[in-house]
Design a protein around this ligand. Sequence first.
Ligand code: GLY
Length: 343
Amino acid sequence: MSTSRRKFLRSSVIGSAAAVGGSNIFASSANTSTAIKNNPVVVSTWDFGKTANVGAWEVLGKGGRALDAVEAGVRIPEADPTNQTIGYGGLPDRDGRVTLDACIMDEKYNCGSVMCLEHIIHPISVARLVMEKTPHIILTGDGALQFALANGFRKQNLLTPESEKAWKEWMKSANYKPEMNIENRLYNKDNDPMPGGPNNHDTIGMMAMDAAGNMSGACTTSGLAYKMHGRVGDSPVIGAGLYVDNEIGAATSSGVGEEVIRIVGSHLVVELMRHGATPEMACKEAVNRIVKRSPEKSKTIQVGFVALNKQGQYGGYSLQPGFSYSVKSNTVEQVFKAKSYYQ
Ligand code: GLY
């Protein structure tokens, strides 16, 4: 790329950021080439990411690859029947079917995704096989299931009695319409769920950097509870729910997927970091875009982004209070509350 083109790109991004956010979000030009080697780190969405990070750390702590770490990490909530937003025990769609979305991305832009996959407890591992064993990136529905079964995955009933009960309860008063029946879980300042629905939209997105300085990410969810059958959110959409650029960093999201897809949120966050934004400021700018597009709607929904850059810095930002992210490294094991647009 010519120097003048690079300068043009940089000034246009800075210009639009300043217009939306009211200030220049670029603290300094990113030093994109320096990874902190021998300092592995894993970052994931929400407080339950803490347990998932432990799974990732089993790999990272032994000098393993970031890709293996993120797969191992998110398999933990996928198998947890008490988590009603991911994998086994996830709340079903409005037809009572548990449909799962997941994607994974490595340090070389390789990626794999499954959408609307039923009956398989670990969609992330199917996504990884799509990446590694097929010439494709995305498999959906029956095709994804067929591929999983052909590769030794076992068909299981993922609808737990608890989730079936919740769905039947919802059915009593549900408008069977193509609408957002329950927006998502909002929290008050004390982190208590506010009225408006059960646990919803608590996707796990995870990013890791290994001791060699390579980055990977994974994202997995059962999606919006009681969604229309066939609905797919941001989580398995590369660039929306997850993006990894091994020169710059990685980002992932949780919340109402439709809003994240519209702004190609995770890719946007990574590109903002490329132009010098810190992880938190990049996430904030992505949230600002959502507010700018739909100021009224943005008051009633939750979207959160979290990012990790190549220097091992991390940060997050959300629309509503209550979004958190979990970090584990050699020196830190902590859940952080993200700052939010609304208070
Ligand atoms: N972010 C998850 C979804 O919208 O399905």
